[in-house]
Design a protein around this ligand. Sequence first.
Ligand code: AMP
Length: 280
Amino acid sequence: MTLPIVRSVADLRAVVAGWRKAGLSVALVPTMGALHEGHLSLVRLAKAKADRVIVTLFVNPTQFAPHEDFDTYPRSEETDVALLQEAKCDLLYAPTAAVMYGPGFATGISVSGVSEPLDGLARPHFFGGVATVVAKLLIQAGPDIAIFGEKDYQQLQVIKRMVVDLDLPVTILGAPTARAKDGLALSSRNAYLTPAQRKVAGQLNLVMAKAAEAVAKGGAISDAEAQGYAALLAEGFDRIDYFEFRDALDLRRLGPGPAEGEPRLFAAAWLGKTRLIDNG
Ligand code: AMP
């Protein structure tokens, strides 16, 4: 069967209403396209958890700052459709910006707390754009569950907070990070990397694993962070936005001494114009 594609809220709701009438459960997987194995692992999890799976494809302009890569963000709808068809996705929802942001659009969702550190500092516009677009997608589709990758761990926590706070009737599930052979977290933005940068990129997860191991063995968090930071620069990263241990649940800063609570390491580092993030 060819993958059905809808581009309007009315068409999306008509399909979901038909499924509901037949008593079928629905999972939603929001994406910005340029699909890779990480996205497809979310689709597989969605298929295991629900009767029908909707993937959304929307490169959301409001989560990019003017100086960021909205215009050059990789777009490959034809390939995405082929991959989703192969993955037995049931519906692709690919709205236009005009559908998502009608004339006079003036509403924004702001989640405080978990959205503030890390990417919230480095990209101040980002989580407001993400929360608003994800709220819209959830309200438009009305799924039972929605699946997000732990690759974007802070985003996952922001969405969980928003869904609880706004009583949105959906269960949010996190999915593990899919990685390349050398451990680099798969990302649509990896396509920007030159072969030389791609080699350096593979060091990010290795440096992080070393720091996490040192802390797991009782080492001081501030030492592990300083060593990790220096190691990334030595490996050839151009700039580091953060390399920080935080509590896995509320993202509160840990350290400087040995870890208490549930430590999770978060990093964002630049290779040229490409910003890579990882956590674990
Ligand atoms: P994006 O298209 O980058 O906005 O990502 C769409 C969804 O896929 C988000 O929930 C991401 O967290 C998730 N995702 C992206 N990369 C990966 C990965 N390597 N492993 C697992 N999930 C991912």
